[in-house]
Design a protein around this ligand. Structure first.
Ligand code: 13P
Length: 262
């Protein structure tokens, strides 16, 4: 067990309507009271950010509001895009960057992902940088190569001090939304490689401090075992984040694995 505070994020993706988003936020705010042991955030669709933020504020919840996406330019002729200032304005404090659906469905490149990481950090926000290999890359024995490559590209130019606001999410693409989870041992092995790579890119102190979340069909039935692994510091949850009882159970599993205060 490490001294890192576990961190669980709920990525709602392109799901729910406004009322469902409010109801989910309300149930999470009512059910989550372990904010001193576990960091928690949710990533609603853009149109519901403000409503969800209001629910958390009204209930004095420690759950942070996050955005699934943004554009790195401050303003201008970028039809359809949303800036960091706009997201800060509605209360978002953490940004998802490099999610596999944005890489592989929406075509985001490592260069764009790096621009976004740098812009969000320069704006004073927290970042969750997602990385992960596809099944054909795993089968070709390229898992570590792909993950360390995405890590290095994504973090290019990020300073030591800025790393305090960066979390890495390892999400094997073949495990996302498929019901297939990496075994806890496979996930641990990859998390360890990612942490070693952080040591090469930065130093041991930073490598030991950065949280590395696991994502990909994480659910209450496997969360406990995944979160008990030495280098797994939390989860980035998709499908199970849409059901309050499931997300709360995963938050509880994270609290159960939190370091005991000295
Ligand atoms: P699932 O938990 O639905 O597999 O999604 C994981 C994910 O992509 C979180 O960002």
């Amino acid at each position: 067990m490490s001294a890192r505070k576990p961190y669980v994020g709920g990525n709602w993706k392109m799901n729910l309507n406004g009322q469902q988003a409010v109801d989910l936020a309300s149930a999470l705010a009512d059910g989550f009271s372990a904010g001193d042991q576990v960091q928690a955030s949710v990533f609603p669709p853009f149109p519901y950010l403000e409503k969800v933020g209001k629910v958390f504020a009204a209930k004095n919840s420690p759950i942070q509001l996050g955005a699934q996406n943004f554009y790195h330019q401050p303003n201008g002729a970028y039809t359809g895009e949303v800036s960091l200032d706009m997201l800060k304005d509605v209360g978002a404090s953490v940004m998802l960057v490099g999610h596999s659906e944005r890489r592989h469905v929406l075509g985001e490149t490592d260069t764009l992902i790096n621009d976004k990481v740098l812009a969000a950090l320069e704006a004073g926000l927290e970042v969750i940088l997602c990385i992960g290999e596809k099944i054909e890359q795993r089968e070709a024995d390229k898992t570590d190569h792909i993950n360390t490559g995405q890590l290095g590209y994504g973090l290019a130019g990020v300073s030591d001090a800025q790393m305090a606001r960066v979390t890495i999410a390892y999400e094997p693409v073949w495990a996302i939304g498929t019901g297939k989870t990496a075994t806890s041992q496979d996930a641990q092995n990859t998390h360890k490689v990612i942490r070693q790579a952080l040591g090469f890119l930065y130093n041991d102190d930073i490598a030991n401090a950065v949280r590395i979340q696991y994502g990909g069909s994480c659910k209450p039935s496997n969360a406990q075992e995944l979160l008990a692994q030495t280098d797994i510091d939390g989860g980035l949850i998709g499908g199970a984040a849409l059901k309050p009882e499931d997300f709360l159970a995963i938050l509880q599993a994270a609290a159960d694995n939190a370091p005991v205060p000295a």
